[in-house]
Structures are given as structure tokens and as C-alpha cells.
Write a protein that binds this ligand. Structure first.
Ligand SMILES: *Cc1c(COP(=O)(O)O)cnc(C)c1O
Length: 391
């Protein structure tokens, strides 16, 4: 099925550098933190956390991931031809309004899909009844996240019923933590206990005295995102689902117990140098007044490229090795930075908007902090039209 159009263009003046060795090194670092038999699911949803999903797949498939997790069937279809041996897990559940052709595609391609209720399961069976294909289904147990999934009782019901659907195969049981990135892990531990309790009532929890039954051996139990992978070794189960860590970031810098390397740097060129006399104002709304004679460098990125307006008079970019502050308001396609103290700043020179150095004043951490958000949102806001350059 075709979900693609080619109506987009690429902007070579906005360069997103992707560092393959950093990504593969992070993948290995995550692997090394897990038991050797633990599977690794590389979460690359939402256009590979903004980096560019096909670029990321092409790099990560050289490493040792077992699964790619994507947001929806469209992303899955978009990478299926290059995923190679690596299986694809879709994170959005199939529901009774899902397109039947999409469900057939998922079964045909061998995608793994969450299903959260019995009606959806019946619907899947109905969509597939004339086909030889079997859909790999994962059941998500709601253990305290308060988002999607089913509570333990209904999950038990689903597990019982699933066997009676010939075109459906139970491939996984999972949950998701809400506070695994917080310093206080009490609630996350409670979720873990809830999950373990459920697994043990379903004979899905491996323990020395009661090994998992033959039929349940192929069922992949998974729970941990990057934060839980780092902070909660007990939550690794059969597979960890890591996103942000692979890209070299965490919710907060001191959470990292392993060395991760940021895998992306974003640059744009200076397109004009502007001299402001002391007292002159800069940009919309006159929010910056030159307190000295000032040289401003105009760069072709603005809030339309998700360089947020709240970076006005606030964020920094890196020119050579020197940081230059944004002056005046960020406009739709342009931003001005103060390069008065950087005499060799020149038109055509590329400046760093998002740095791959965690200590930098324009690191993903700093930008996220400034915008009162997390690294995930800074990354997924990378402009999709910027040229991706793979190193
Ligand atoms: C996004 C997501 C992850 C990955 O989260 P990170 O914090 O980026 O590691 C894992 N599991 C689920 C269900 C997700 O939606």
C-alpha cells in the first residue's frame, strides 16, 4: 500500500549531521548494560526522534538491534524495505476503526502490533480470516501509566481468548513506566510489582522454581524505556525499548550511568551581517535594544523550523568555538545572533544551532531546559526538510 508522496523538498542550507559511530556506540553501550540474552528494541518512532527515520534505520541495522519500534503502521511501511532482519513493532494499538487494508499489510509484513481489547482482536481476526497470514499481537498491561493498555483482569481475559483466533498469535506482553526518569522511583517500582504480579498469575514470569511454559517461551515480555533500562535493571525482562539513549541523551544529564554520545548536530549558515548603532532596536516588537554598537548575524531558521519563539533574546548558537546569543525575536524564517565579539564571523559560515556536545550552551539539554521540555521534544522538532548528512 502506498502512503508516500514526494511533494517535499530538501534544504541544503540547513544541515542535520548524523553520526553513525555515535549511534552504533550508544546501541552497544545499551546492549552492554543488559544481560546478553535480553533483546533490544530500538525506538525510532516519530521520524527517528526527528533525525530522519530511514537514515537512522540504515545506520542502526548495522548494529545488533532485534526490533525497531515505530509510532504507527505508516512509519512501519515506510521503513519495511530497509529493516532487513530487524523486526518492526508498532506502538499504536489496532482498534476497531483501523483500516482493514492496513491490518492485512501488518500481518503480511510480519509487523508486531498492540491490541488492547477483545473487540479489536475480533476485528483483526475478521480482517484476516481469508488470508494465510497471522498477526503478531502484543498486549499492553496498564500498570499505572494512566494512558493506554488494559487492566490486569481484562488482559488476562485477552490472553485466554487470543488462542481461539487462528489468524492471531500472542507475540508479546508489555507495560510502560510513567516515572522511570524521576529521582524517586517508588511509583515506578510499584508499577513493576503490578506487572510482575500479572505475569506470575499468567505463568509468564520466569523464575527458577517455575520456568515458563513451552507455549509462553516465545512471548516477549518488555517494559523498560531508556530511563528504566538505566535505572531499573529488574525491569529489563526479555527486551528493553530504548529511544532517547540511542540518540545520546537522557531526561537529565546526571542520570546517565554509561557513556553515551549525542548523534546529531544541526547547523545553518550566516546569510547576512548587520551593523546596529548603539540604541537601535532589533526585530519584531523591538524587544532588543543594542546597548553598544552591535554586529548581528542573520541565520535562516525561525519558528516555522521549530526554532521556538521563546528562544528570543535567550538561546545561544555556536559560531566557530564561541557562543552567540539570540537578539530580538525569533521570526518565522530568520533569527539574529550577536556576533560583535566574534570578529571572524562571516557570511556563508555555518553556525551550530543544536550541538552534539552535552556541555554546550546550545546542547539539546540546554534548549530543552530553556523551553521547559525534555530532550525528546527538542529532537522531534528538528525540521524535516533540513538536509541529513551521514558521517
Ligand atoms: C517512546 C517510547 C519508548 C522509548 O522511550 P525513551 O524514553 O525515548 O527511551 C519506549 N516505550 C514506549 C511504549 C514508547 O512510547
Amino acid at each position: 500500500m502506498q502512503f508516500q508522496t514526494s511533494s517535499q523538498f530538501v534544504r541544503p542550507d540547513q544541515k542535520v549531521h548524523i553520526y553513525s559511530q555515535a549511534l552504533l556506540g550508544n546501541l552497544k553501550a545499551v546492549r552492554d548494560l543488559c544481560r546478553p540474552e535480553t533483546k533490544l528494541c530500538a525506538v525510532i518512532k516519530s521520524n527517528g526522534y526527528g533525525h530522519g527515520i530511514r537514515e537512522i534505520v540504515n545506520i542502526l541495522r548495522q548494529g545488533s538491534a532485534d526490533f525497531f519500534a515505530v509510532a504507527n503502521a505508516y512509519e512501519a511501511a515506510f521503513i519495511a524495505d530497509i529493516a532487513g532482519q530487524i523486526k518492526i513493532l508498532i506502538l499504536e494499538p489496532i482498534h476497531t476503526a483501523s483500516d482493514s487494508r492496513t491490518i492485512r499489510l501488518c500481518a503480511e509484513e510480519g509487523f508486531h502490533c498492540p491490541v488492547f481489547d477483545i473487540e479489536a482482536l475480533k476485528y483483526v481476526q475478521d480482517c484476516l480470516k481469508t488470508s494465510p497470514d497471522v498477526l503478531n499481537v502484543h498486549i499492553k498491561v496498564e500498570t499505572g501509566m494512566g494512558r493506554c493498555g488494559v487492566d490486569a483482569d481484562r488482559a488476562a481475559e485477552l490472553l485466554k481468548k487470543i488462542r481461539s483466533f487462528p489468524n492471531v498469535r500472542l507475540a508479546g506482553v508489555y507495560t510502560h513506566f510513567t516515572t522511570a526518569a524521576e529521582k524517586n522511583l517508588a511509583y515506578a517500582q510499584q508499577q513493576l510489582e503490578n506487572f510482575k504480579k500479572f505475569l506470575s498469575t499468567q505463568s509468564l514470569l520466569a523464575c527458577p522454581l517455575r520456568p515458563r511454559s513451552e507455549t509462553s517461551k516465545d512471548v516477549i515480555i518488555h517494559a523498560a524505556n531508556s530511563a528504566a533500562m538505566l535505572n531499573m535493571p529488574d525491569a529489563h525482562f526479555d527486551m528493553v525499548r530504548c529511544g532517547i539513549a540511542l540518540f545520546g541523551w537522557a531526561e537529565y544529564p546526571d542520570m546517565l550511568k554509561i557513556k553515551l554520545t549525542p548523534a546529531m548536530k544541526f547547523e545553518v549558515p550566516i546569510v547576512q551581517l548587520n551593523r546596529y548603532k548603539q540604541g537601535q532596536t532589533v526585530g519584531y516588537g523591538r524587544t532588543f535594544t543594542a546597548w553598544r554598537d552591535t554586529i548581528g548575524a542573520i541565520v535562516p531558521i525561525g519558528y516555522a523550523d521549530n526554532y521556538w519563539r521563546l528562544y528570543s533574546n535567550n538561546a545561544f548558537m555556536k559560531v566557530g568555538n564561541t557562543f552567540a546569543q539570540v537578539i530580538g525575536r525569533v521570526s518565522m524564517d530568520k533569527t539574529i545572533i550577536d556576533v560583535t565579539d566574534i570578529p571572524d564571523a562571516s557570511v556563508g559560515q555555518f553556525v551550530t544551532v543544536i550541538d552534539n556536545d552535552p556541555q554546550s550552551m546550545c546542547s539539546v539539554y540546554r534548549l530543552a531546559e530553556m523551553a521547559d521540555t525534555i530532550c525528546h521534544e527538542v529532537l522531534t522538532s528538528l525540521p524535516p526538510r533540513a538536509l541529513r548528512i551521514i558521517h
